[in-house]
Design a protein around this ligand. Structure first.
Ligand code: C2O
Ligand code: CU
Ligand code: CU
Length: 461
């Protein structure tokens, strides 16, 4: 197929097609924030004294690297696909042009085994983000393809150090080998949980930190399923941002609910005394466990949390709440019997879920219809209605939204890209449709996404 024909076959608008052509790999151009990722198969030790076979990473010999960018500065990521299957890389939470968003067929062709693709973008917002494939998504993420992405503020807020924490499970047996990546009966309910909790691909790692220093902990929950509550024990710690957006008033780092795809930035004041180990605790439904330790080391540098400069707000446009159009989205079961279509981006073979009574047919070439079309520049309220007995972390690509209200609970007015919609909850969120293109809209429990709970919104002029 010629390059032109391939591009003409893309589902998106002409604006999308133009942006996508900029992504052709150009090794001769090196930009300041240029990174290279190599999607690879590898064997790696997760459990002590075992080597887990069949893992996947964005690096040839270890966990996915932390990618760092600067807010407002042009950057590029050269992706080489050394897997023996197709993939595509999505930058979760970055409000960048549609053609760089990394969704198969909607914004670009899958990157075939052995191929390369250059992503180019200028991150408009600072904060903690992450990146992952959007093709054969359950298997590729479950095997390891989830990484932390950081966009630094132009002004240093005053931390002594910065510690990204990639929090996720793996589904391993006692021998350290992968067990079935999902169970159909769980996919039709809350999702299949992992068996081994890890931070940066380690089980309950220890981190040595300068005593008395100020550390920015960047929690990124990159798991495919688990909703959890996180807490810092044994040290003075404040949540300063959720999902990359600074909180107007920091809150103590206690009982922070994070669902798949969500992040929390925490300012930790490391204790003065070497014996006072700080713990990151994951509270699950029936128990809790320490998933990381932070050990004060050396003489105290005696910093104080009040010395930090508050994080500046990101330039997310404020919704015009006096002039909105309400759009309703119903998340529900899917009519039985619908089998998803196969594609090179894989299928789990089942359809269980739907948005507005339609199940996503799979990552197929299309053309496919958007769930809704939004007018560029206009404010919308999305009314998200969950008719199911399960919780769904709902994620929208390309634009951030603000939480307005819920029929079940009081909501903080957070600005985010991923919101946990509880069972039987109706939640209103507001956004300005300021980024043109076709934007994926789906549940971030990947089994739900891959069995119907997905679609896209079109924003056009
Ligand atoms: Cu992090 Cu479409 O996803
Ligand atoms: Cu995303
Ligand atoms: Cu879901």
């Amino acid at each position: 197929m010629s390059h032109l024909t391939r591009r003409e076959l893309l589902i998106g608008s002409s604006a999308t097609v133009l942006a996508a052509s900029a992504g052709a790999f150009a090794a001769d151009r090196a930009l300041a924030g240029t990174h290279a990722l190599t999607l690879s198969h590898l064997d790696y030790g997760i459990l002590p004294d075992t080597v887990t076979k069949g893992m996947m990473s964005f690096a040839v010999d270890g966990p996915p690297p932390v990618l760092r960018f600067k807010q407002g500065e042009a950057a590029a990521v050269d992706v080489t696909n050394k897997l023996n299957e197709a993939s595509v890389v999505h930058w979760h939470g970055l409000r960048i042009p549609n053609g760089m968003d990394g969704v198969p067929y909607l914004t670009q062709y899958p990157i075939e085994a052995g191929d390369r693709f250059r992503y180019e973008f200028t991150p408009p917002d600072a904060g903690t983000f992450w990146y992952h494939p959007h093709c054969n998504t359950l298997e590729q993420m479950a095997r390891g393809l989830t990484g932390v992405l950081i966009v630094e503020e132009p002004e240093d807020p005053g931390f002594d150090s910065d510690l990204p924490l990639n929090i996720r499970d793996f589904r391993l047996g006692g021998d350290g080998q992968f067990i079935a990546l999902f169970k159909a009966r769980s996919a039709a309910r809350g999702g299949t949980l992992g068996t081994v909790s890890t931070v940066n691909w380690k089980v309950a790692p220890d981190f040595d930190l300068q005593a008395g220093s100020l550390v920015r902990l960047r929690l990124a929950v990159t798991d495919v399923t688990r909703v959890g509550r996180y807490e810092i024990e044994g040290g003075e710690a404040m949540v300063i941002a959720i999902d990359s957006n600074p909180l107007p008033v920091p809150v103590p780092a206690r009982d922070i609910e994070l669902s798949p795809g969500q992040r929390a930035d925490i300012a930790l004041r490391v204790p003065d005394n070497e014996d006072d180990t700080v713990r990151l605790v994951l509270k699950r439904k029936f128990d809790q466990k320490v998933i990381a330790h932070f050990r004060p080391r050396g003489g105290s540098v005696k910093r104080d949390l009040r010395e930090l400069t508050p994080l500046p707000a990101n330039p997310v446009p404020a919704p015009d709440l006096n002039n909105v159009e309400v759009m309703e989205f119903v998340f529900g079961w899917s009519p039985e019997g619908d089998a998803p279509q196969a594609s090179i981006c894989g299928t789990l073979g089942y359809t269980f879920w739907s948005i507005n009574r339609k199940a996503w047919q799979g990552d197929v070439p299309g053309p496919l219809d958007p769930l809704a079309t939004l007018k560029l520049g206009k404010t919308y309220v999305l009314r998200l209605r969950n008719e199911t007995p399960n919780d769904h972390p709902i994620h929208l690509h390309g634009v951030s939204f603000q939480l307005l209200r819920s029929n079940k609970r009081k909501l903080a007015p957070l600005v985010t890209d991923t919101a946990l919609l509880q069972s039987q909850e109706t939640m209103d969120v507001a956004l300005v449709a300021d980024n043109p293109g076709d934007w994926a809209f789906h549940c971030h429990v990947i089994e739900h996404q891959k069995t119907g709970l997905a679609g896209f919104l079109r924003i056009e002029d």
